[in-house]
Design a protein around this ligand. Structure first.
Ligand code: PGA
Length: 264
């Protein structure tokens, strides 16, 4: 269930749908109807839908009376001003968004976003009471070279250096190996768990109490089959789901893979 009515962190694992640049008014409506139907009998997970900007008003009206929360896939690092084409944190809040994906590799690669830029967006989200979902992860070359922890560590350290470890309190980090996104080749539970432990240890070294309230998700080719093993790992607090979130049946199966009574 969403934590819209409380400031306390929810104890549930969380499944985030990232629709990316998919959808239209009619398809969104059908997809959300499918989600809501399937989620009626599901209470063990929090569910969040991150939509393209133009559909924030639609998703607000579809989800306002439900326990499902929503968010966006990016935001500007500025409050407001002459930044043509940008969307501010305040605008997202106007449409009831509670979450925002930050630093997704499909953006950082295509639009050359630096770690510093991503860190500023992260803090902008926090300042507005939005929960940032910070994406971190390595390329295949980096994994093969064995430097994945160095790469992910640098992404986290940039935020720690600029804003302190406390910035991670009640935030979300999603481990998204770039080689696993949209490829059908998910990380193994073992690979994900090892990186999740590294992420929590890195944040904990900077601020132990912030690390205790941080949720760490896994993203990258999550599907109904691999979700069972991934979401049963204690270190994995949820999933960020791209392709399979565009199919209500598959998305619900992923949500159902969250074990009953699991607590993060
Ligand atoms: P995918 O996308 O599930 O399609 O691999 C995941 C993501 O981009 O977070």
């Amino acid at each position: 269930m969403s934590r819209s009515d409380t400031t306390l962190p929810s104890p549930h694992k969380i499944v985030v749908a990232n629709w990316k640049m998919h959808g239209n008014l009619a398809r969104n409506h059908t997809l959300v109807d499918g989600y809501l139907q399937g989620l009626k009998s599901l209470s063990q997970a929090d569910v969040v839908i991150c939509v393209p900007y133009p559909y924030l008003a639609q998703i607000q009206s579809l989800l306002s009376e439900t326990h499902v929360a929503w968010g966006a896939q990016n935001l500007a690092k500025y409050e407001e001003g002459a930044y043509t084409g940008e969307v501010s944190a305040g605008m997202l809040c106007d449409f009831g968004a509670q979450y925002v994906i930050i630093g997704h590799s499909e953006r950082s690669t295509a639009y050359c976003e630096s770690d510093e830029n991503i860190a500023e967006k992260f803090m902008m989200a926090k300042r507005h009471g939005l929960t940032p979902i910070l994406c971190v992860g390595e390329t295949l070359l980096e994994r093969e070279a064995g430097v994945m922890e160095r790469v992910v560590g640098k992404q986290l350290e940039t935020i720690i250096r600029l804003f302190g470890g406390e910035a991670f309190a009640n935030s979300i980090v999603s481990y998204e190996p770039i080689w696993a996104i949209g490829t059908g080749l998910a990380a193994s539970a073992e690979q994900a768990v090892a990186m999740h432990q590294f992420i929590r240890d890195t944040v904990s070294a900077a601020d132990k109490s912030a690390a205790d309230t941080l949720k760490i998700l896994y993203g990258g080719s999550v599907n109904p089959q691999n979700a069972v093993q991934l979401l049963n790992q204690q270190e994995i607090d949820g999933a960020l789901v791209g392709r399979c979130s565009l199919n209500a049946e598959q998305f619900i199966k992923i949500c159902q893979a969250v074990p009953e009574n699991s607590v993060v």
